[in-house]
Design a protein around this ligand. Structure first.
Ligand code: G3I
Length: 351
């Protein structure tokens, strides 16, 4: 049996609930057991199309109203902050996983897929890492971090964002401490280490502003092409998709397809569509159309396996604190009421 077949068999073996539905649909099994109420949810409609529909989740699981929506609508979870370097290894060698474990346990108990986010990223990176100037010392620190974090979650995480946001808009490498001290090879080294630690997880590169064809996505494409050609263990590319109202790239589908043609899965990993506040009926209608456009692009590309929104409702969104005067970017509003985009998204999924 080849290693690849071993991985996929084991992955299917631990799936249940939402994930099993999605696997069945992707395998061509007609999913007839889906109750109509489930088909009318994001997770249910996505499962019937062989996809996962996830949400980023942070310290929100004590909020019953939030959990009601999360558990009834979504089939996947990405910890929003709890697996990042500053959360898991704030001091060298001192690993803490409690906050992430709460989220991962919640997901696995309900058959939701888990996306690990993220192992090597320049942001939310403790000062002690940023201060390392010696290549051997930094390589040891990165190896230990990946080994401990991916090792802790082995068997409970289906996808890892191994490297995140390594390029600038012009397609050059972001001058992070990893790039500056270790050079271009740090990304492939991270993928190889992650594969050796968790051979069953799918390993992804994840970035923003690579959703359309541009200098940044071209550089990412070239890296992924090179990795696949040389056997560097990459399985997937995450397109974050932090969009602005009315500005979904017209070439989104074509861009997803060119990456898929390299033989990797593609995924929409952090979707939100922000607008100038206050929201009004016309903006919400445009947003509904924009969400549907993104879903249609993913469904049109066979290896586009999941769509994840970056939090459940506008109340939890990162957008207002980052972009002054903007927000209302998600599928549920500040009061956790469904927005027009929810129905449009489910309809576009085929629900
Ligand atoms: O940890 C401190 C906490 O100790 C303190 O009490 C609190 C007070 O504000 O701040 C906490 O840190 C915040 C952290 O989230 C955890 O809640 C930071 O201030 C805040 O800046 C940070 O923001 C996160 C951001 O990444 C950081 O870069 C957002 O929640 C998170 O949504 C966002 O997610 C990123 C993805 O990981 C990568 N792609 C872009 C996306 C949006 O920026």
């Amino acid at each position: 049996m080849t290693p690849t077949r071993t991985r996929s068999r084991r992955r299917v073996a631990f799936l249940s609930g939402w994930s099993a539905l999605a696997v069945a649909a992707a395998a061509g099994v007609v999913v007839t057991a889906l109750p109509s109420s489930a088909a009318a949810t994001l997770g249910g409609a996505a499962a019937a199309a062989g996809r996962t529909f996830g949400a980023a989740v942070s310290d929100n699981l004590g909020d019953a109203g939030y959990v009601d929506i999360l558990d009834s609508q979504f089939s996947g979870i990405t910890p929003e902050n709890e697996m990042k370097w500053d959360a898991t290894e704030a001091a060298p060698g001192a690993f803490t996983f409690d906050a992430a474990d709460v989220i991962v346990d919640h997901a696995r108990e309900r058959g939701m897929a888990v996306r690990g986010h993220t192992l090597v990223w320049h942001s939310q990176l403790p000062a002690y890492v940023q201060a390392i100037a010696d290549p051997a010392e930094l390589r040891t620190a990165v190896d230990r971090h990946i080994t401990e974090v991916a090792g802790h979650f082995r068997g409970r995480v289906e996808y890892w964002d191994v490297a995140n946001e390594a390029f600038l808009d012009d397609g050059s490498r972001r001058p992070s401490v990893f790039q500056t001290v270790l050079g271009d090879g740090y990304i492939e080294d991270a993928f190889r280490t992650a594969r050796s630690v968790d051979p069953d997880a799918k390993l992804c590169y994840n970035d923003f502003s690579i959703e359309g064809v541009n200098a940044k996505s071209d550089a990412t494409f070239e890296m992924v092409r090179d990795f696949t050609a040389r056997g560097v263990p990459i399985d997937c590319v995450g397109f974050q998709s932090h969009f602005v109202l009315g500005q979904i790239p017209a070439d989104l589908q074509a861009n997803l397809q060119r990456f898929a043609d390299l033989g990797v899965e593609v995924q929409i990993t952090e979707l939100d569509i922000r607008m100038d506040l206050p929201a009004d009926a016309a903006k919400l209608a445009q947003q509904a159309e924009d969400y549907a456009t993104v879903v249609r692009a993913c469904l049109a590309v066979a290896p586009c396996s999941s769509i994840t929104v970056w939090q459940v409702s506008d109340r939890e969104s990162w957008v207002p604190s980052t972009f002054a005067g903007q927000g209302a970017a998600l599928l549920f509003d500040e009061d956790r009421a469904a927005k027009p985009a929810l129905e449009a998204t489910i309809a576009a999924l085929g629900g």
